[in-house]
Design a protein around this ligand. Structure first.
Ligand code: NAP
Length: 307
């Protein structure tokens, strides 16, 4: 008979790693499956100014490394594998991965979210050739060059500030004149001499054959078309949940965010969700971490009651 874990955590971002820490500290037999890089979006966030206690020296990758080490020291087992299918019904849940199949009494889904495309012409053709979705990964390529940043949320503003350490000029292009980003960050960007704003504007097209050479812009109020010469274009227009694996198996909203109660229970017994994959109003490292802690604790109670 195969080994049956107490919990399988799918996803190794802050939600999954916190769930791992709390589950392992409760002496649950815990395995965490991650297909790519540990840390998810946090691993590509250079500065985390709003994680409590992290006034100095708090980078995303640094925090993730410490979170992983902590969960591992308490006994969470980590595997690198890609989940292909999940069987959530029944008392014992099954997670079929590329390399192996795992079984557990509970599952904690912490698969997070992926960057949304802006939808302009040539966006995909020039992806990796000037169009990027990760400043931490690609900023260095644009040292002393000109870049554009799309979006008006926290990601766009924070990453634009980060990009000023490398690029000569950073132009934030946003489709309206109001911002979702935190006011403190927005003010920091507005006071940065390297950052310019082009508002009420969308990108229609990326120009360039082999590499990005410029953007065709459209003012949404006047309809005026213009061109902006840039070497890089960083797209931060929001994220979508990574929930395809669970479609039709658990309750989710139209966007694909998984719906849980406040103790992270999904509508299938023994299945929990944590972090950006959930329908929620505040997506932050701290809320993802809190979700993970709650999910593990609720999973522990579920096992006590049902096994
Ligand atoms: P977001 O808050 O959803 O903002 C997306 C931005 O992109 C919005 O300004 C939106 O404009 C714009 N947009 C959406 N679709 C577009 C399109 N097709 N073309 C042009 N613009 C488009 O996404 P996010 O900034 O990636 O943040 C995601 C979550 O993570 C948020 O909850 C955020 O608070 C959190 N986060 C927090 C931090 C932090 O606390 N430091 C850092 C990063 C992310 P509209 O405003 O007009 O809709």
């Amino acid at each position: 008979m195969s080994h049956i874990y107490d919990t399988i955590i799918i996803g190794g971002g802050p939600a999954g790693l916190s769930a791992g820490l709390y589950a392992a500290r409760s002496k649950m037999d815990t395995i965490l499956i991650e297909r790519g890089k540990f840390g998810g979006q946090t691993a590509t966030t250079e500065e985390l100014e709003n994680y409590p206690g992290s006034i100095e020296d708090c980078t995303g990758p640094g925090l993730i490394e410490r979170m992983k080490k902590q969960a591992e020291e308490f006994g969470t087992k980590f595997v690198k594998d890609e989940v292909l299918e999940v069987e959530l019904d029944g008392k014992i849940k099954k997670v079929v991965c590329k390399k192996e199949t795992y079984e557990a009494k509970t599952i904690i889904i912490a698969t997070g979210a992926y960057p949304r495309l802006a939808g302009f012409k040539n966006e995909l053709e020039l992806r990796g050739r000037g169009v990027s979705y990760c400043a931490t990964c690609d900023a260095d390529f644009f040292t002393e060059l000109d870049v554009a940043v799309l979006g008006g949320g926290d990601s766009a503003i924070d990453e634009a500030i980060y990009l000023t350490k490398f690029a000569e000029n950073v132009t934030i292009i946003h489709r309206r004149d109001g911002f979702r980003a935190a006011k403190t960050s927005l003010e920091k960007a507005q006071n940065n001499p390297k950052i310019k704003f082009i508002l009420d504007t969308v990108v229609e097209e990326a120009k360039g054959e082999e590499i990005l050479e410029g953007l065709v812009l459209k003012n949404v109020k006047s309809g005026e078309i213009s061109e902006l010469k840039v070497d890089g274009c960083f797209v931060f227009v929001g994220y979508l949940p990574i929930s395809d694996l669970f479609k039709g198996k658990i309750k989710m909203n139209d966007r694909g965010d998984i719906i849980t109660d406040e103790d992270m229970r999904c509508d299938v017994p023994g299945v929990f969700a944590a972090g950006d994959i959930r329908e929620k109003s505040l997506r932050q490292v701290i809320t993802a971490s809190a979700d993970g802690a709650i999910a593990a604790t609720t999973a522990e109670k579920y096992i006590e009651e049902h096994f």
